[in-house]
Design a protein around this ligand. Structure first.
Ligand SMILES: Cc1cc2nc3c(=O)[nH]c(=O)nc-3n(C[C@H](O)[C@H](O)[C@H](O)COP(=O)(O)OP(=O)(O)OC[C@H]3O[C@@H](n4cnc5c(N)ncnc54)[C@H](O)[C@@H]3O)c2cc1C
Length: 383
């Protein structure tokens, strides 16, 4: 088979775990070393902004129990040397490898005085703050994490203001119709929206906006996007807003290094080779396995990663799903339902080819549209 004896996987979360499992499933008999900066057993992040904030601590990631103690936790990779094939850890230890899987994910953008939400520790700290009776919560960023935190804080009876730079929350990812609907949905559920505004600083309970306004806040939570954790690869690999990969997830210019999950950026074959980086659960879940498979197969026999990105979020009881890459579209149309009914689906096309879909409370339509995107159908049909 691969001729690889030692495989090192850096990043012990979803993509890293799925890579370990794939190596075992495919009968790899050499040494596997998994190393991760967190001290926790790999866990599921989506509940962190949903059920965990409401008091349910279950973040079990199926398969994590298989790791046992056979991995290095609480250790961070600080340097990669591709010539000597070594990863240096923060305690000075050096891990040699024949094959390397990079799965160090991403971290939130930060601002002083703003609570972040990425880890279980972040979520428990935020929950304690929310439970401690803070009256007015200001959420910065209307993306899915900001929207879910706003929704949960409302459920807990807090006054919530959501500040977002776009005209409507999730505007880039959902397009005009669905983001406009989402804005109204937030407002109907008691969230005050401050749109087209940037937060410049948080100063002693005051959130300062770029237009000169300020908002008083008891608690400020950020959902301002993420930055890929690639600093430890500087100088070793091609990095530009993520690890630049081939269609097969091999890091550019390498034959024994693959990347997977939130930090992998690759040309997606279903979207004209558009370079994409996807920060969603199903992507990390599938890429971890495919990257490991390809590492064993070698660059010559590797398969391109062609999964259609998809994602779901729950905001004030509504289910919002996306598939494909709606932001690439030059045209969008509602293909079923209507915003007035709080149930609709939007098809997004580029040059007549379906490239994306958004569904609000319409899971079946989303499945149909996702299939059509995979099949590269050329017209937005009734879903
Ligand atoms: C609050 C929250 C809610 C979410 N909700 C959803 C949702 O509803 N739907 C959805 O599709 N997606 C959701 N996501 C996104 C999803 O969880 C991520 O896409 C997924 O976790 C990515 O997995 P990953 O393995 O690539 O990276 P990560 O989960 O970011 O894991 C990377 C790991 O690598 C470690 N690491 C970083 N640097 C180093 C280093 N130098 N050395 C060693 N280890 C390192 C990190 O500590 C981390 O444990 C959510 C994310 C968050 C934070």
């Amino acid at each position: 088979m691969s001729g690889l004896d030692r495989i090192t996987i850096v990043g012990a979360s979803l993509a890293g775990l799925r890579a370990v499992q794939a190596l075992r499933r495919e009968g790899f008999e050499g040494d596997v070393t998994l190393v991760g900066a967190e001290t926790h057993v790999p866990y599921n992040r989506p509940p962190l902004s949903k059920s965990v904030l409401r008091g349910d601590d279950d973040v079990t990631l199926p398969g994590a129990e298989e790791l046992g103690d056979q991995w290095l936790r609480g250790r961070q990779a600080v340097h990669l040397d591709v010539r000597s094939r070594t990863v240096t850890l923060d305690d000075g230890a050096e891990l040699g490898y024949d094959g390397l899987v990079i799965a160090t994910g991403a971290r939130p953008r930060q601002l002083d005085g703003v609570r972040r939400l990425r880890t279980i520790d972040d979520a428990l700290a935020l929950r304690a703050e929310l439970e401690s009776g803070h009256e007015h919560v200001v959420v910065i960023g209307g993306g899915f994490i900001g929207g879910e935190v706003a929704s949960t804080a409302r459920q807990l009876g807090r006054k919530v203001t959501l500040v977002d730079a776009a005209p409507y929350p999730m505007h880039a990812g959902l397009g005009e119709e669905a983001s406009r609907w989402l804005a109204a949905h937030h407002e109907r559920n008691g969230v005050e929206l401050v749109s087209q505004a940037r937060v410049t600083a948080v100063d002693g309970g005051l959130v300062l906006l770029s237009d000169g306004r300020s908002l008083a806040a008891d608690l400020v939570v950020g959902g301002m996007g993420v930055v890929p954790n690639t600093e430890w690869l500087d100088g070793a690999l091609a990095v530009n807003d993520g690890v630049l990969c081939e269609p097969t997830l091999f890091a550019q210019g390498t034959e024994n290094i693959v990347a997977a999950g939130d930090l992998a950026r690759w040309p997606h074959g279903l979207f004209g080779g558009e370079m994409v980086r996807v920060e969603h659960w199903s992507n990390a879940n599938e890429q971890g396995a495919v990257a490991a498979h390809n590492l064993l197969a070698g660059p010559e026999n590797a398969q391109p990663f062609l999964e259609v990105p998809n994602f779901a979020t729950h905001v004030h009881g509504a289910r919002i799903q996306t598939a494909g890459l709606p932001h690439l579209a030059d045209s969008a149309s509602i293909v079923t339902g209507s915003p007035e009914e709080d149930r609709f689906a939007v098809a997004f096309t580029r040059d007549g080819v379906l490239v994306g879909a958004v569904a609000v409370n319409s899971p079946k339509e989303l499945i149909k549209l996702k299939r059509a995107i995979t099949a590269r159908e050329t017209a937005a049909r009734d879903a």
